[in-house]
Design a protein around this ligand. Structure first.
Ligand SMILES: [Zn+2]
Length: 380
């Protein structure tokens, strides 16, 4: 069986425009396990687009050899709206410029859409409960009417992902090491995925607070298990945000290796036949997202880093200087920004002029940070 590709039309928000998402489907519809993989929901995160390109090639070859066992849905560019957003020659793909906000926040809340529709429908069979919940999720999404172009994009992608066993949302950071976001229910189950991808950090949070794409599909299962304690509901949707390093880490060597790693993950999880070979040694343990410090600029100025990407810092070490170009006395121009926790410098910003509040670095620590409690754990 070969690839089946289709183009799904978004509801246009403005007259005379038409956008669509392309969907590559592999394997028989309804086959299990099902994986859903999408690239560059933040449309300016180009490593994801090139990785999806290489993955499609590998999947085409596997399909040609008859090796697809489960169902694989690959969306090679998840955000045609964001791909069109050029402002004064610069591509802006993180937020919708017409006011819709961050593309990876405010995804439909499946629990809210389900309401009480599962009351009286659950049994003591985990398999039947999973089937009933998946069917109810799909039904709830299909009952929604798209309000505008962005909402129609969200409904199309959510409908494709909602009943998957495995969801990978491919992103990248500014300048970063490979890392992965999961909910705690999927650790240590996700250890093999992190090892295969060569992750340098795995950040766990039950609810990071923003309505991100991955949690839209993973957290409903643990929440429903709490809501219906008398019925077995396993966390069957392992959904992760994969951060494919930094914005500029775009080349065929990296992307084909990352695609091959995703391919081997699909083999290990029974979606593709064949031997993936030995699992690489894991490069990290998982840590809690609320122990990951987001270091922010205290003042405007030039960012001059003192610590390299991948460096291990101790609490109090200088991570970067902020240099004030307006200081009269150069001796007074430099302000040190210090690590509030010890850990790995996971990411840094790539553009080196900041105003107060902008993110300077993320440090993967192991101790819960008081400043990270009580609000959204996501950057913005
Ligand atoms: Zn992103």
């Amino acid at each position: 069986m070969t690839r089946h590709s289709e183009r799904l039309r978004l509801r246009a928000s403005t007259p005379g425009t038409a956008r669509e998402v392309m969907v590559h489907r592999y394997g028989a519809a309804g086959a299990r396990p099902k994986a859903y993989i999408q690239a560059a929901l933040h449309a300016d995160e180009t490593p994801a687009l090139l990785t999806a390109h290489h993955l499609a090639r590998l999947l085409d070859e596997a399909a040609g050899r008859g090796e697809i066992v489960g169902e694989i849905v690959l969306v090679p560019f998840a955000n045609p709206i964001g791909l069109s957003q050029f402002v004064w020659g610069r591509h802006l793909g993180r937020d919708e410029i017409s006011g819709g906000g961050n593309f990876n926040r405010h995804w439909p809340d499946l629990l809210e859409l389900l309401g009480d529709s599962l009351d009286g429908k659950l049994t003591d069979s985990p398999e039947r409960n999973v089937a009933a919940i998946r069917a109810a999720m799909i039904e709830a999404l299909e009952a929604e009417t798209p309000r505008n172009e962005l909402h129609s994009l969200r409904l199309i992608l959510a409908r494709l992902a909602a009943d998957a066993d495995l969801v990978f949302d491919l992103h990248c950071d500014d300048e970063a090491l490979m890392h992965l976001f999961l909910i705690p229910a999927h650790w240590p189950e996700g250890q093999g995925i992190a090892a295969e991808l060569g992750c340098r950090a795995v950040l766990l949070a039950e609810d990071s607070g923003g309505g991100s794409f991955d949690e839209t599909f993973s957290t409903p299962w643990t929440t429903l298990a709490g809501k219906y304690p008398g019925h077995p509901i396993p966390p069957v949707c392992l959904a992760g945000t994969v951060e494919l390093r930094g914005q500029s880490d775009v080349d065929d060597t990296l992307a084909s290796a990352d695609a091959a790693a995703l391919f081997r993950i699909l083999q290990r999880r029974g979606l593709i036949a064949g031997d993936p070979g030995p699992l690489p040694e894991p490069q990290c343990e998982a840590t809690q997202l609320d122990a990951c410090e987001v270091l922010r600029a205290p003042a405007p100025g030039i960012v001059a880093y003192a610590a390299d990407l991948g460096a291990k810092v101790r609490e109090g070490d200088i991570v970067t200087w902020i240099v004030d170009p307006a200081a009269e006395d150069p001796a007074q121009a430099r302000q040190a920004v210090r690590a509030g926790t010890g850990g790995l410098i996971l990411s840094r910003r790539d553009r080196r002029y900041v105003v107060p509040g902008m993110t300077l670095a993320k440090i993967v620590g192991t101790k819960t940070l008081a400043a990270r409690l009580g609000g959204s754990l996501l950057e913005n």
